[in-house]
Structures are given as structure tokens and as C-alpha cells.
Design a protein around this ligand. Structure first.
Ligand SMILES: [Zn+2]
Length: 462
């Protein structure tokens, strides 16, 4: 293990990383993947030693070469050596999306050529669009190595046939083209925007003929297909080994619906495009295993301090250990999660998240200002039976608008049942108003949002 540690410490050296931008991405992928194949069985001590070394390289580099961080250290009278362990990171301030936007030029490392910077924009689903930089040819290759390491846990191989049900638009709505092949024919990318009662039989027929081993999906997209299959008594696809779900929170009701309709394991991971956190399930459990080689993750409560005790919710604040061109240190993700001290029977010594509650903007605010997670709401209950689609909308404390697209079988009784169900789930401090609409649009990225939260929510509200 020591040899690998040294090898990767040298990769973390900015000069070496600079040289790496010139080599093909495949080499970066292969070396990162080889490290992860070994580090997954390291002891806690070995992982801690790796993290401490990687953190030290990152901070030395940020202090020397990144003007924003040089200023942050100077203003606090600190030098990188003052931060030896992840716990010492508390000496540094949080990095918000707003700070990144205001200081982007100063977050670029001065010792990299302009060609090394790949500008990336987040979709801005929390209302704050943000731009930052990947290292060209490196960041995406490393991400692939981590993703492949996760998918290995359900037997994914690169040659496997995979149906992609994410936010893609394959062609114009009127073209009648709902899918296309990619990656030498191994992937069947299907349009999420044209999945309707009329077109779904064709989707199902095409998937069956394609004989995929995996379905790679946004949960909200896969749910449309799964619901249709269940309602029409359609058998699962016999070749599918697992549904790989990412990029959106996977709610418990979605997990059971997908497992039932597709008759296989649902494998979920949690990450973000800023690459500050990546955590996935394993062969044995549905807890999210945080990659310690990827980032350092803190869960922060309303007082700005780490949350403590079992079941405590905190905002995910994370420090990426692999991006040296635009370091994000103590980055506030605006996501809320619950950690657990439990050991996983799989034997990995990674820190675990018991669950991810979702984005801060996915909480409902009661009349007195308390936050309620939408995660426990069971959209598979009878109250939702005659509803084709729905979306919650809040712009006033204690008031929730439920937009509903009705099925032809919907009656006034359904409205009453829905209101009762939500009152039972949300309590007396939230009034529910049902509004009928013809359709519910997706985000520009093709995702579906179950709650549009217009109230500002911050870490202090937790
Ligand atoms: Zn495990």
C-alpha cells in the first residue's frame, strides 16, 4: 500500500499533475482505477493516512498557487501546516456557490496553462447557477474510474449493453425518433421527454429487443416506465441485472417501485458535478459509502459545527481531493444527509451515509419555520392512484400547492384523500391546496422536481 500512497502523493503534486494534462485521459483513468481497486480494502488507518497526505498536498498547492486561498490563509494568520487532519479544516471558512461566482478568476491555479481549464456550469436547480473548472482530460477520467469502481459492485462491465433513461432529448418532439444508439452500439439512449401513454409500448418493445444488462436512469424517468409496466401487468426485462440510479435523490417509494417493476437490484449513488462528494451503495447494503480518496466530507449543523449523534441531519460540506486547477475546499453542497457509525458487512472501511435527504431546497417549510423532508412521503399510497403526475410548490411558509395531472378516473374523492394523506404526513402546520394542471414541465436538464421551493432555506434552518 505504501508504494501506492507514494505514487499518488506524487500525482497530487501540482507539477506532476500539470504534466498529466498532456497525456491521454485513458492513462489517468487506468491509474486511478488501479488505485481504487486496492484502496477499497484499506484499513481506516491507511485511508486516514492517504487522506491526510492528499489534503496536505492540496493545501500546500492552494496556498502557493491559488490567489483566493492564499488570501484566506493570510487573513486568518494561517499556513497550510496548521491543518494536519480533516478535523483541522474547521479553521478554514465555508465556500458557498456565491463565493465561487464572485471569486472564480482567483480560484484558478496560476501554475496551470489556460488549456488545462475546462469550464463547467451546474444546472442551477437550487436557483444559484454556478460555473467552475475541471482539469481538461483529467477530471472526467478520474470520475469515470470512481464510477466504474462503484458499478463493479453490481457486476457492470464496459462492454455491457445499457439503456440510458436520463434527461436526454434525442430529437425534436415531432420527429417520432425516441432513441439512438451510442458507444459503438452498446448504449441505447432513450428520450425522457417523449415518454407518454401512447409511446411507452414502443419504448418497452425496443428495450426488450435490445436485451440490456443495465438500465442507467434518473429515478424520476425510470419511475414513469416502471409505473406503466406495473399498471399494464408487463413482465420485467429478463436480461436486466440492475438499475443504476444517480443524479437525483432516490426516494424509498421509488426504490421499491423500480425493484418491483424491473425485478432486479436498484443501485444508487450520490454525487455532484462539482465533484466534491461521491458515495454509493455496495453489494451488501443501501447505505452510501463515501469515497475517502475522492473528497473529505463533513456534515454541518445549524451552528456551523459538525452534527453529532445517530440520526443527526447535517448539510454536506466537502473538500475535493482530486481537482487542483480549481480547488473547492469546504464547499457547501446545499444537500442534507444523515451519517451512521455502523460498519458495513461488505468490509469496506469507508465513512457511511445512512441516507441522503436531498437538497435543502427540497424541504417543506411549516408555518412556524420548521423543515419537513419530503423523503418519507409515500407517493405509492392509494391517495396517488388516480394521479398521473404531480408537483409540490411552495412560496409561503405553511402553505403548499399540490399541482396535479389527473387520470380520467380521478374524482373529488381523490382530492379529499390526497389532502388527508398529506396532512397526515406533514402535520397541522402546513395547509395543502390542490390545483389541477395539464402537464408538469421538466427542468432544462431533463430532471423532474417533486418540489419547487421558492422560500430561501439555509444551513441555519436545519
Ligand atoms: Zn458496504
Amino acid at each position: 500500500m505504501k508504494a501506492d500512497l507514494l505514487k499518488w502523493a506524487s500525482h497530487a503534486n501540482p507539477l506532476t499533475l500539470k504534466a498529466l494534462t498532456l497525456v491521454p485521459s485513458y492513462r489517468v483513468y487506468r491509474e486511478m482505477y488501479a488505485l481504487l481497486r486496492q484502496s477499497r480494502w484499506w484499513s481506516r488507518e491507511e485511508l486516514a493516512a492517504y487522506q491526510a497526505r492528499a489534503l496536505s498536498c492540496l493545501l500546500d498547492h492552494a496556498y502557493e498557487n491559488v490567489p483566493y486561498y492564499h488570501r484566506v490563509f493570510e487573513e486568518r494568520g494561517l499556513v497550510p501546516g496548521d491543518i494536519q487532519t480533516p478535523g483541522d479544516l474547521a479553521l478554514l471558512p465555508f465556500l458557498t456557490k456565491e463565493i465561487v461566482q464572485a471569486n472564480l478568476a482567483d480560484l484558478k491555479a496560476r501554475n496551470y496553462p489556460e488549456a488545462a481549464f475546462e469550464y463547467v456550469r451546474t444546472s442551477g436547480s437550487t436557483g444559484t447557477p454556478m460555473g467552475f473548472y475541471y482539469e481538461r482530460g483529467v477530471s472526467r477520467a478520474k470520475e469515470w474510474a470512481f464510477m466504474k469502481t462503484q458499478w463493479d459492485r453490481v457486476g457492470y462491465c464496459f462492454g455491457d449493453r445499457c439503456v440510458i433513461l436520463r434527461g436526454h432529448v434525442v430529437d425534436t418532439a415531432s420527429s417520432g425518433t425516441y432513441w439512438r444508439r451510442a458507444l459503438f452500439g452498446r448504449w441505447l439512449i432513450m428520450s425522457s421527454h417523449q415518454m407518454t401513454e401512447e409511446t411507452l409500448p414502443a419504448y418497452i418493445d425496443r428495450i426488450r429487443k435490445f436485451r440490456p444488462r443495465f438500465i442507467h436512469a434518473y429515478p424520476s424517468t425510470a419511475v414513469i416506465l416502471a409505473r406503466y409496466m406495473r399498471e399494464h401487468g408487463i413482465e420485467p426485462f429478463p436480461t436486466v441485472k440492475a438499475v443504476l440510479c444517480g443524479s437525483e435523490n432516490l426516494y424509498p417509494w421509488q426504490r421499491s417501485l423500480l425493484a418491483e417493476a424491473f425485478g432486479c437490484r436498484v443501485f444508487s449513488w450520490y454525487g455532484n458535478s462539482e465533484q466534491t462528494v461521491l458515495a454509493g451503495e455496495c453489494e451488501e447494503s443501501t447505505h452510501y459509502h463515501i469515497f475517502p480518496e475522492y473528497s473529505i466530507v463533513e456534515l454541518i449543523g445549524r451552528d456551523g459545527l459538525p452534527v453529532e449523534g445517530p440520526g443527526a441531519m447535517g448539510e454536506v460540506v466537502a473538500t475535493n481531493l482530486t481537482n487542483f486547477v480549481c480547488p473547492l475546499i469546504r464547499y457547501r453542497t446545499m444537500d442534507v444527509a444523515v451519517a451512521t457509525e455502523k460498519q458495513c458487512p461488505c468490509g469496506r472501511q469507508y465513512p457511511l451515509l445512512e441516507k441522503v435527504e436531498g437538497r435543502l431546497q427540497e424541504f417543506i417549510v411549516t408555518r412556524s419555520g420548521h423543515l419537513i423532508s419530503v423523503t418519507p412521503i409515500n407517493y405509492e399510497s392509494g391517495a396517488f392512484e388516480n394521479i398521473r403526475q404531480f408537483q409540490m410548490y411552495q412560496e409561503e411558509m405553511g402553505e403548499l400547492i399540490m399541482k396535479v395531472v389527473r387520470k380520467p378516473t380521478y374524482t373529488e374523492e381523490d382530492t379529499q384523500q390526497l389532502t388527508r394523506e398529506l396532512r397526515w404526513q406533514l402535520g397541522d402546520e402546513v395547509n395543502v391546496h390542490v390545483r389541477f394542471v395539464d402537464e408538469i414541465p421538466r427542468t432544462r436538464g431533463g430532471k423532474f422536481r417533486y418540489l419547487i421551493q421558492k422560500l430561501p432555506i439555509s444551513i441555519g434552518d436545519l
